[in-house]
Design a binder for this molecule. Structure first.
Ligand SMILES: *[C@@H]1O[C@H](CO)[C@@H](O)[C@H](O)[C@H]1NC(C)=O
Ligand SMILES: *[C@@H]1O[C@H](CO)[C@@H](O)[C@H](O)[C@H]1NC(C)=O
Ligand SMILES: *[C@@H]1O[C@H](CO)[C@@H](O)[C@H](O)[C@H]1NC(C)=O
Ligand SMILES: *[C@@H]1O[C@H](CO)[C@@H](O)[C@H](O)[C@H]1NC(C)=O
Length: 470
């Protein structure tokens, strides 16, 4: 018995852990990241405050103490950093041929002799190599520096003002100290930047409210997978009802996202992600609507009253003549989406509870119709995510009745007509305009493609920095 429980626990554990959402960065994506990084590093360098630096040079008759301050990077140039996936670890970042021009003020003290002025330095051929490890910290992406080295090529320094001529002989000594100082600052600065990034990552919530009804749970289900050509995140991707969160009666299944080398980014969501949203809407009580006659357009040939419904349900005319009616339309179970190559199918089990409205507003329950709807359709990305759906079939049966049996074929035909003539045109008009894909702030998606495959839907896309256009 214990063994059985143990295996059941393993089974339920692993099942709950299949990711329903996957995101993959390709080598092409990494190349584009390196361009964005180049722009960022340069702007970051220009805004960095360089700490004051103090030192001394022994001139045999004593030591000249100096302090370099107000240092600022006024110019920098570099080739794009080279970013490479390191299988099983993360990403290596290599910056070469970084050249900086720095200006600042100098002051010296030799005994009681004080002097000061300005200086400019050009630092050539800075070379930085750092290896970043990407991991999983309790469901959140984590990043850390596992290796860092920095080299400085040559330094060209010029002093202005004061008794500069007095210093020029010591420039050689200064140069060595300054290149040493710069080299020593680089790795701690990188470490600090990565620590800052790590703090930001750990502050990202794993449950994200999406609307008044739902939140999306996005912890990682496993450590990021880094291969020599990609970086993939496996994410839980399950929607929950905010008011009554619970697990749906179905679970996520395994799926493999195809590798698309021509796109920077691939994102795939399984049926489970979509269906968990449907289940969460159902649990939140969002999938129901009360339809009164005053909500039906005057021009409609069908109205909610017993006189007219008497044509389909004859006993209404004798039992409850000339009364208004009301319908509670609701999903009786979770509407389920399924994806297969190029096609999205939706199964909607619904029910409609009909009541007569007494003059005092009280409701007299009449009967319940069970409606089974099947739609199929397709979706594509045309700037927005757009789609078009058709009705495959609709079956209508009498679920229960307070007023006795009656035939439902005519009601079924009318329902088919109503869906085809009113519901679908409205839905398809909205889907034709579509809605924008969620995009991180400051970025836009370009060249996006949608693939509907067995069990999942994937988006392959390039990402553009909206500001720089890179
Ligand atoms: C019921 O609906 C029909 C068709 O719209 C209308 O002619 C009739 O007046 C309505 N009867 C009541 C009692 O609302
Ligand atoms: C939906 O199903 C109908 C009939 O079963 C078929 O004719 C149509 O091509 C399908 N549409 C899509 C988008 O698969
Ligand atoms: C409606 O479609 C479903 C799924 O495609 C199928 O199982 C069912 O038999 C269909 N019903 C009718 C009446 O065609
Ligand atoms: C995209 O969707 C939004 C919201 O539905 C709409 O306002 C916009 O016009 C759509 N854009 C295009 C290009 O259709």
């Amino acid at each position: 018995m214990q063994l059985v429980i143990y295996f059941l626990m393993i089974l339920t554990y692993t099942h709950a852990d299949y990711p329903a959402l996957k995101a993959l960065l390709s080598e092409k994506g990494l190349r584009d990241v390196s361009q964005m990084l180049s722009v960022q590093i340069q702007s970051k360098l220009k805004s960095t405050e360089i700490p004051e630096f103090r030192g001394g040079v022994d001139i045999k008759i004593g030591t000249v103490h100096y302090v370099l301050s107000n240092m600022r990077v006024v110019q920098c140039s570099m080739t794009d950093p080279s970013l490479v996936f390191v299988e099983g670890t993360g990403v290596s970042v290599e910056v070469s041929q970084l050249t900086l021009s720095i200006t600042g003020s100098w002051a010296t003290q030799f005994g009681i002799i004080h002097d000061d002025g300005s200086f400019d330095v050009a630092v050539y051929n800075i070379h930085i190599y750092t290896l970043l490890q990407l991991g999983d910290d309790a469901g959140r992406l984590s990043i850390s520096t596992v290796q860092c080295s920095a080299d400085v090529g040559s330094v060209d320094i010029h002093f202005h003002g004061g008794a500069s001529f007095f210093f020029q002989p010591f420039v050689r000594a200064f140069s060595g100290q300054i290149s040493g100082m710069i080299r020593e600052q680089i790795c701690p600065a990188i470490q600090q930047a990565i620590n800052g990034l790590e703090t930001t990552l750990q502050e990202i919530p794993v449950n994200i409210p999406v609307d008044p009804y739902l939140y999306l749970s996005i912890p990682l289900t496993s450590s990021p997978a880094v291969t020599h050509h990609s970086f993939e995140l496996d994410i839980k991707g399950e929607f929950y009802s905010r008011s009554s969160p619970s697990e749906p009666p179905f679970s996520a299944s395994v799926f493999d996202m195809p590798y698309a080398e021509n796109y920077m980014l691939s994102i795939a969501a399984s049926e489970f992600l979509v269906n968990s949203a449907a289940y969460a809407f159902l649990s939140s009580g969002a999938l129901q609507i009360n339809i009164r006659d005053d909500m039906i357009p005057k021009s409609s040939p069908i109205h909610l009253n017993t006189s007219q419904f008497g044509a389909f349900v004859p006993q209404l005319r004798t039992m409850y003549p000339n009364m208004e009616m009301q319908v509670l339309l609701y999903a009786s179970e979770t509407p389920l989406f399924s994806f297969s190559s190029g096609v999205i199918e939706i199964h909607v089990p619904a029910a409609a509870k009909f009541s007569a409205v007494k003059p005092d507003g009280a409701l007299l329950p009449l009967f319940r119709l069970d409606v089974d709807l099947n739609f199929n359709g397709s979706a594509r990305i045309d700037k927005n995510l757009t789609g078009a759906f058709q009705m495959k079939n609709l079956t209508l049966t009498l679920g229960s009745s307070e007023i006795g049996d009656f035939k439902t074929d005519t009601l079924e035909q009318i329902s088919v007509m109503a869906v085809k003539m009113f519901l679908l045109p409205k839905l398809n008009a909205a889907l034709k305009t579509g809605f924008p894909l969620p995009t991180p702030q400051g970025f836009s998606l370009i060249n996006s493609q949608l693939l509907i495959n067995n069990g999942f839907v994937a988006i392959f896309t390039d990402v553009q920095d909206s500001l720089t256009g890179l």
